[in-house]
Design a protein. Sequence first.
Length: 261
Amino acid sequence: MKLEVEGRPVFAYTANHGVERGKRTVVFIHGAGLDHSWFGLQSRYFGYHGWNVLALDLPGHGRSAGPPLTTVGAMADWVAHVLDAAKVERAALVGHSMGTLIAVDCAARHAERVERIALIATAYPMKVSDAFLDAAKRNSYDAFDMSTIWGHAPSVPLGANPNPGMWMYGDTQARLERLAPGVLYADLNACNQYSLAGSVKCPALFILGRRDQMTPPRAAKTLQEQIPGAKTVLIEGSGHSLMAEAPDATLDALVEFLTTQ
């Protein structure tokens, strides 16, 4: 689906279904340097099981026009504008990595628009190493390597991919290589500087990978404590890229959370 937000084209994957009144809506928000296709299995499932799906490309990513937004707060407000453009009053938000901060901030800023949030691979604060930031600022390929290697469990290069035909390292690097200069740095810097202003009242689910090197489960503790009644699913063996490394377990957790009233 092609939308327009603040005069710029926006792309949202909808699983070949138009947005229909009366259906619940789930919005998928990707992480730094990525795009809507990171949620391939999960977005398709909900799209073909009675939901409106908006798997977004953030500005400057995928098929959405730039420039990239430079703060998490601006990205959260942008998500609310996307809901306006799609004529959706309320939605559940599913975020990955940087997308979890956007989902949390949107739930705090626009509580009346957000039913619940699912946070896949999160940390708070989400600090980024100086070396990673510097490489991204210089548009060095080293930043792509850091994102790819740290973004998966150590076992990933050894094979046994749960998605036949998918090369997880190559898939990640291909997305990063398509970015315009400065986009990855803008994303990482936004994460590094983010501080939550406000509180989250809606139901929340944390989906965390036991082998996550970027946002290890312990790094989510501060945020978990700030959201009353939040639930947590810990997935053994998975690293940061849970949607690819543990697609079925991640989907199962989302289905149970989003379909339980």
